[in-house]
Design a protein around this ligand. Structure first.
Ligand code: ADP
Ligand code: ADP
Length: 235
């Protein structure tokens, strides 16, 4: 069964000069464990789709559900990463990766009790992305690519069922970007989460995703959904 389902969703933003329909009559499904990519030009509603799936906004019409339940509020099972890593510069890489646990954990005492285990989990993740030796360094000591590796670890530290990625590699040079594709695919294959990747890079979508949803603008909608059939190298 689908982890995520959008059923004939329309989203209009209220504007001073009238409503803007950012997404019109869009239906998609993402299966558990699937790697889905959403591609399309700027302004086609990709960010709007992300906000609907994570429950930050509600559809004007239609329904969004996660694990068969309607979304009505922020979806806690999602980890997120964006174009910029947004690490806190006064915290070490390790402490940045552990930040979501610190924030989400409702009981400080539980966080303190589990801290050693959480720390091990963070170090394991940093190991997978090749940053174990940089755990005690600071974000500003690292390259953009290294910071994005760390931001993937931060997004995965609470073991989310769903990873939402909004143009995560767009600010990287071409060489570093392709290195990060391999890092992300490696994480996905080891940990088995579901991914929705928003990108305007078709090569990136084809390299990583099982399914590509193609969007067009004005109004934004999914015009084609395509399974990636050709054999891809697996690490
Ligand atoms: P993308 O991420 O693909 O660039 P967005 O989802 O950000 O697209 O935007 C889709 C459309 O909705 C655009 O025309 C944008 O200008 C409009 N839009 C986005 N957010 C708002 C908002 N808060 N209020 C009004 N219009 C918005
Ligand atoms: P908490 O909410 O867990 O108390 P904070 O975000 O307040 O965490 O701070 C975490 C650490 O970062 C603390 O050691 C704090 O002193 C330091 N810190 C917070 N804000 C700043 C800042 N603007 N510049 C430098 N250090 C900061």
């Amino acid at each position: 069964t689908a982890l995520i389902r959008l059923d004939d969703v329309t989203l209009s933003y209220k504007g001073r000069t009238g409503d803007v329909t950012a997404l019109a009559h869009t239906s998609i499904e993402v299966a558990r464990g699937e790697f889905a990519a959403v591609v399309g030009p700027s302004g086609c509603g990709k960010s709007t789709l992300m906000k609907l799936v994570t429950g930050l906004i509600r559809p004007t019409q239609g329904a969004v559900s996660v694990e068969g339940k309607p979304v009505n509020g922020p979806v806690k099972l999602a980890g997120m990463a964006f174009q910029h890593a947004n690490m806190l510069p006064w915290r070490s890489v390790l402490d940045n990766v552990m930040l979501p646990l610190e924030i989400v954990e409702p009981h400080r005492s539980r966080y303190r009790r589990e801290k050693a285990a959480y720390r091990e989990r963070a170090l394991d993740l940093l190991g997978v992305v090749g940053l174990r030796d940089f755990a005690d360094r600071y974000p500003w000591e690292m390259s953009g690519g290294m910071q994005q590796r760390a931001s993937l670890c931060r997004a995965l530290i609470h073991e989310p069922a769903l990873l939402m990625l909004d143009e995560p590699f767009a600010a990287l040079d071409a060489f570093t970007r392709e290195e990060l594709w391999v890092v992300l695919r490696d994480l996905w294959q080891r940990l088995g989460f579901t991914v929705i990747l928003v990108t305007h890079d078709l090569r990136e979508a084809a390299f990583l995703a099982d399914t590509i949803h193609v969007m067009s603008a004005r109004p934004g909608r999914v015009v084609e959904t395509r399974r990636v059939e050709f054999p891809r190298p697996r690490p």
